[in-house]
Design a protein around this ligand. Structure first.
Ligand code: CA
Length: 388
C-alpha cells in the first residue's frame, strides 16, 4: 500500500456574538486544519494539526514541504515516518508549525495503519485501560463586557449549573484576565453554585508571572481546585518551578510544548504535576507515546489537552484510553489516579457537526471509539459549509 494523495482542508466558523475571551485572546472564530491522506488501496486517513493559531501555515507546510515527501510511501509505518520528517525539519522546525504539521500527518497515518490492520488505534498502541473516559467541561470563559462583574457572575452561575445538569463532574474555569480578587469572586460563585462534590480546575492561559501565580494559588486554596493550568508563560521554566514549589495547587501545563525534547525539559525540569500534550500539536500519537513514557517514569500524570474538531477529540480518546493508572489503586478517582478527557463546551460546529456520529456525554463520560483506525466517519457536506 502506498500514499496516493495528501489534501489540506481549512475549515472556519465565525462566532459573531458568541465571541469569547481568555486571559490572552479573543476568539472571534473557530478554525481547524485537517489533512486527508488517501492510499492506492482506497483507504483514507484523517489528521488535524495545530489548535491555537491560524491554520494557513500548517497547510503551506504540508502542501509545499512535508506532504510531497510522503507520496508513494508505505503509510503503515508512522513511527519511522515521524522520525524521518522530524530529522528532515530539525534544523528549522523543532517547535511550532513544522511539528503541528507532523502531528496532522502522524494522526492520519495511524488512522490508515489501524484500518489496514483492522484495529482501533488504542489497540495498535498496545491496548486500553478503559472504554469510557471521565470528561471535564472546558468553559466559563470571559464575555466581551468582562468588567461588568455582577453580570459576569450571573452568567457564570447559569453556565456552571448547565454543565453539572448535563452530567459533568469536573469543570475547568478560565482565570487570569481580571484582578486576582475578582477572579477569586468568580470561583467563589461557581463553587457555591456547583457544591463541594464537583471537581474544579482553573486555566490562566499563562496570564501571570510567577509571583502573581503563587499569590493567586494561595488565594484559590479555599475553593478546592484540582489543578492550576498554565500559570505562567510556557518558556518560563524557572517560573513554573517556583509556582509548583510555593503554591498549594498542583500545576498543569504543556499544551504549547512540542516533541519528546520539549517535554523532557518540562518534565525532568520539575515544572509540572500534570503534563498536557495536545495530539494535534505535540507530534501526534507517536510523540504522545514518548511523552507518556517520560511522564510515567517521573511520576507525572498525563492528561492530554484537546480543543479542536471531532478528529482531535477522537485522537485524544484513543490516546487517553492507553494511559496507565497513575498509580494503580482499588478505588480510582478521576484526575487523581485516572486520566480524564478535556471536552470543550464553547460553540464549535467543527467539533459537533464534522463526524457522522459526534461524541456525546453519557454519565459524565465519553466512549472510546471501537472501530479500526480513529474509528470515525467524516461528513462530506461539512466541507462545503465551512471551507475557506
Ligand atoms: Ca489551556
Amino acid at each position: 500500500m502506498k500514499i496516493k494523495s495528501i489534501t489540506s482542508h481549512i475549515l472556519r466558523v465565525p462566532l459573531g456574538d458568541k465571541t469569547f475571551y481568555s486571559s490572552q485572546a479573543a476568539f472571534p472564530e473557530r478554525n481547524s486544519y485537517l489533512v486527508r491522506v488517501e492510499t492506492d488501496s482506497g483507504l483514507v486517513g484523517w489528521g488535524e494539526g495545530g489548535q491555537y493559531g491560524p491554520p494557513e501555515p500548517v497547510a503551506a507546510c504540508i502542501d509545499a514541504v512535508l506532504g510531497p515527501r510522503l507520496l508513494n510511501r508505505d503509510p503503515t509505518e508512522p513511527v519511522r515516518i515521524w522520525e524521518e520528517l522530524y530529522a528532515f525539519s530539525r534544523d528549522f522546525g523543532q517547535k511550532g508549525t513544522y511539528v503541528e504539521s507532523i502531528s496532522a500527518l502522524d494522526i492520519a497515518l495511524w488512522d490508515i495503519a489501524g484500518q489496514a490492520a483492522g484495529l482501533p488505534i488504542w489497540k495498535m498502541l498496545g491496548g486500553r485501560f478503559r472504554d469510557r473516559i471521565t470528561a471535564y467541561a472546558t468553559g466559563c470563559y470571559y464575555p466581551e463586557d468582562f468588567t461588568n462583574l455582577p453580570a459576569v457572575l450571573n452568567a457564570l452561575e447559569r453556565e456552571a449549573a448547565s454543565y453539572v445538569n448535563s452530567g459533568f463532574g469536573l469543570l475547568k474555569i478560565k482565570i487570569g484576565l481580571l484582578p486576582l480578587r475578582d477572579d477569586c469572586e468568580r470561583l467563589r460563585v461557581i463553587r457555591n453554585t456547583v457544591g463541594s462534590d464537583i471537581g474544579l480546575l482553573v486555566d490562566a492561559n499563562h496570564g501571570y508571572n510567577a509571583a502573581a501565580a503563587v499569590r493567586m494559588g494561595r488565594m484559590m486554596e479555599p475553593f478546592d481546585i484540582r489543578f492550576f493550568e498554565e500559570p505562567v508563560p510556557p518558556e518560563d521554566r524557572e517560573g513554573y518551578r517556583k509556582v509548583r514549589a510555593e503554591n498549594p495547587i498542583p500545576v498543569a501545563g504543556g499544551e504549547c510544548e512540542f516533541t519528546r525534547y520539549g517535554f523532557r525539559d518540562l518534565i525532568a525540569g520539575g515544572c509540572v504535576d500534570v503534563v498536557q500534550p495536545d495530539l494535534a500539536v505535540c507530534g501526534g500519537f507517536t510523540a504522545f507515546a514518548h511523552v507518556l513514557t517520560l511522564a510515567n517514569a517521573y511520576g507525572i500524570a498525563t492528561v492530554p489537552h484537546v480543543w479542536g474538531s471531532g478528529i482531535a477529540v477522537a485522537a485524544a480518546l484513543h490516546a487517553v484510553a492507553t494511559i496507565p493508572p497513575f498509580p494503580h489503586t482499588a478505588h480510582p478517582t478521576p484526575l487523581l489516579n485516572q486520566p480524564v478527557i478535556e471536552f470543550d463546551r464553547k460553540h464549535n460546529p467543527l467539533r459537533d457537526d464534522l463526524l457522522e456520529e459526534p461524541f456525546l456525554l453519557e454519565g459524565g463520560c465519553l466512549a472510546v471509539p471501537e472501530r479500526p483506525g480513529l474509528g470515525i466517519a467524516v461528513r462530506d457536506n461539512v466541507f462545503a459549509k465551512y471551507s475557506s
